[in-house]
Design a protein around this ligand. Structure first.
Ligand code: SF4
Length: 761
């Protein structure tokens, strides 16, 4: 890999200089508005207010605020949709520093070189599209095999005090360097790239005090696994986790990144750590001394105010203390990252919970755990195995996080240690972590795998619903590969060496940063030349299409829409747009729309999935087929839904697909908040029954009208007329939460159409 067209070793240096220069003035405005001591989260977040004069003591968890981030990062799956949408807005270039990282689409099978060759061919049109839009619009393009988005962000884009947003849920990994990094959806990314306000619910702040210091086999991964056990996967929802206390100063910057990375598993908005000497060291070793000099000038404000630390329960919504000195290695699983146990309890748990003791694959690396520190510690255990002639008891794989780490591993002989032990070194990409794993002899029975990644949901890694995955630190993962059993505890048990003698593994050791510095390596980053003028896509490639703008609303009442489906019960974004094989078609709205609502329960056809009545033909068919037949006749349709429609992930395909299929109105008992916003952005009218029992009045062959649209105003209810097949009607009142700006989105047909119109004005 090479650096292509890179002008300065520190990316976006002018922007960063301006950030540090303006920080004191902006913080003074925030202090004035809040008029009380500030947490670190508040200092960083609110110095990024879109209108700094709006600074005031926002009601955490109850209102929204508008921000302007410093940097946007996108991976190759989410970037497809984000860039297709941004192209609709017709901006000549992005308005904030942005980058695209090709990491998710790389398949893991034989090893880095062969796998990259196959993936580069397989994904060639998608990569070309992403590379072309990057060059046209001024985005850094990171080629396949260069690394994983979050490791590249930490090495190149993150800095103390920054606000990064990224189209990936583990974006908070970038918070390891004393800033705040937040995962967002593609439509939000378009707002950021367009330079308009980016809206975020004002987060709560949970304080986590770290005391003591990690010892022996315990690592930063164990801190976050422990916290997951305490707070659960919902415990951080709409909150920033702010770490403080003497223990934070004992953790490396990359260790902090690991903890922040898995804050996503808590449902947290982000995590944050006070600026310290470990961050300075990491910045220096990655060639960013100038940032250290600038950050040092505001160091006193890259931590919470003294009063906050003196009385944390007054300023944090919740305070949790973890003593690092007594923290044991943790094991979490199966199926949920908060199913956390102490390693020493595993013997008992294997029996008690009926777990499959034999470990059948071990995987390390990924964005979560592939720092030099992680790899060098893991290699120290692998070296012990080589020294004693101990072999791995199952296939083992390593996914390095970036070319910088991989080149340094190669130079320092660490890659070779793993290879001698029989470990398959995969491309610097997500691979098995995101399910892009061609697992050989994938057993069709219950089986245990162990990894140093961050998620262990059913089917996540190998698509096998019977695989039970456990999350551990890289150290424990390597020890498990040598012990071969979940009940193995390297702190008390032994493994057999080639001479037949019992060997007790020594405590792993490594280097926080490479003693000889990072190896000189090209990054694989291409900066834009703006020479690309036109984006072309091979029409024979069915994974990618450019988006056409959605049509504008005609300004009239909505009359006689056929009911497409009346959804009963839980309907997450996964029910609206299931993943699996469809992941390949996220770039082709027409193709992926074939999965729309295919696993949602139709209230009129219980037990029959993807089976709805077509009012045009009088027959039953797939949801997408019926919607397409209405669309072909220039007819919009309506979806009726139950409680909390669209909960789960924020994937916007769940809003774009119905819109593409001509669904004009969705009336629910209630909506999940993010999905409701996504629907509004795509130009769908999202309404709720004023009386939730009116959901029962909707019949299978109904025609649905929405009247009073001339008076569509914030806070003013509308009326829906349900015209039944027997000629009778029901009139029901519906509510909405549209603001003036959101009504404009609906008027224009989508928020993108409005952006485009403003851009052209
Ligand atoms: Fe997401 Fe895994 Fe890739 Fe990290 S390595 S970005 S968690 S898929």
């Amino acid at each position: 890999t090479k650096d292509i067209n890179v002008q300065h070793p520190i990316r976006n240096i002018e922007h960063i200089r301006a950030f540090y220069k303006n920080f004191p003035t902006r913080l003074a405005a925030v202090r004035k508005g809040f008029n009380r001591p500030l947490t670190l989260s508040e200092k960083i977040l609110y110095t990024h207010l879109y209108h700094i004069e709006d600074a005031r003591d926002f009601k955490r968890g109850h209102e929204f605020a508008n921000f302007r981030p410093d940097q946007l990062v996108m991976e190759d799956l989410t970037a497809q949709s984000a860039m297709q949408q941004f192209l609709v807005a017709e901006f000549p270039k992005v308005q904030l520093p942005s980058s695209i990282h090709c990491d998710h689409l790389t398949l893991a099978s034989e090893g880095a070189i062969k796998d990259l060759k196959v993936s580069n061919y397989d994904n060639r049109v998608t990569y070309k599209f992403l590379s072309d839009v990057s060059d046209k619009l001024g985005i850094d393009f990171w080629e396949p095999g260069a690394g994983i988005i979050h490791q590249e962000t930490l090495e190149n884009y993150a800095y103390p005090g920054c606000l990064i947003v990224g189209c990936d849920s583990h974006t908070p990994n970038g918070s390891g360097l004393g800033g705040i990094a937040i995962g967002i959806g593609g439509a939000d990314a378009v707002d950021c790239m367009s330079g308009v306000e980016w809206e975020l619910p004002v987060p709560k702040v949970i304080g986590v005090k770290l005391t003591g210091e990690l010892k022996g086999w315990s690592t930063p991964k164990d801190v976050i696994l422990k916290l997951l056990g305490i707070l659960s996967v919902k415990g951080g929802t709409n909150a920033i986790i702010e770490y403080f206390g003497p223990g934070t100063d004992t953790l490396s910057a990359t260790g902090k990144a690991t903890i922040a990375n898995m804050g996503a598993e808590l449902g947290a908005t982000s995590s944050v750590f006070p600026y310290d000497s470990h961050m300075m060291d990491y910045l220096r070793k990655t060639g960013r001394e100038e940032i250290v000099l600038m950050a040092n000038k505001i160091a006193g404000d890259l931590r919470a105010d003294k009063a906050v630390y003196e009385n944390p329960s007054k300023f944090y919504d919740q305070v949790i203390t973890i003593d690092l000195s007594t923290l044991e290695p943790q094991v979490s699983g199966p199926f949920s990252p908060d199913a956390d146990m102490n390693l020493s309890e595993m013997k008992e748990n294997v029996k008690k919970k009926g777990l499959s003791d034999k470990i059948e694959a071990v995987l390390i690396g990924s964005c979560t755990n592939s720092s030099y520190e992680d790899i060098s510690r893991a290699a120290s255990i692998a070296q012990q195995a080589l020294d004693h002639g101990i072999s791995v008891k199952c296939p083992m794989f390593l996914s390095p996080g970036s070319n910088l780490v991989k080149a340094t591993m190669d130079r320092d002989g660490l890659t070779q240690v793993f290879q001698k032990l029989g470990v398959t070194v995969l491309a610097n990409a997500c691979g098995p972590c995101v399910g892009m794993w061609n697992r050989k002899n994938n057993p069709k029975r219950k089986n245990t795998i162990v990894h140093g990644f961050n998620r262990n949901f059913r089917k996540r890694n190998d698509g096998n619903p019977l695989t039970e995955a456990f999350l551990v630190s890289p150290d424990i993962a390597v020890a498990y590969a040598l012990g071969g059993r979940l009940s193995f505890n390297p702190m008390t048990d032994t493994v057999t060496g080639k001479d037949g003698k019992a060997v007790k593994l020594e405590v792993p050791h490594g280097n926080e940063l490479p003693p000889k510095g990072f190896a000189r390596a090209g990054t694989g980053c291409h900066t834009a030349t703006f020479k690309t003028k036109v984006i072309k896509i091979d029409p024979s490639y069915d994974r990618l299409r450019l988006l056409d703008p959605f049509p504008a609303w005609n300004g009239k009442d909505i009359q006689g829409l056929p009911l497409l489906i009346k959804v009963k019960g839980k309907c997450t974004t996964d029910h609206i747009s299931p993943a699996g094989k469809w992941i390949h078609y996220v770039g082709n709205i027409s193709r992926i729309s074939d999965n729309t609502l295919s696993v949602a329960d139709n209230a009129f056809q219980p037990g029959k999935l993807d089976h709805v009545f077509n009012q045009k033909t009088g027959t039953y068919d797939k949801v997408s087929s019926v919607a397409k037949s209405y669309k072909a006749a220039n007819q919009f349709s309506c979806v009726v839904a139950d409680e909390n429609y669209g909960e789960g992930s924020s994937r916007e395909q769940a809003a774009m697909q119905p819109r593409y299929l001509n669904v004009q109105v969705i009336i629910a008992r209630s909506f999940a908040r993010i999905h409701e916003t996504n629907l509004k952005k795509q130009g769908i009218l999202a309404l709720t029954f004023a009386n939730p029992d009116d959901w029962n009045k909707v019949q299978e062959k109904d025609r649905i009208s929405v009247v009073g649209m001339k008076d569509f105003k914030p806070g003013k209810p509308l009326t829906v007329i349900l015209s039944h097949a027997d000629g009778s009607q029901d009139r029901v009142q519906v509510n909405h939460t549209y603001t003036d700006r959101q009504i404009e989105w609906f008027r224009y047909g989508s928020s993108l159409n409005m952006l485009r119109a403003q851009n052209q004005a």
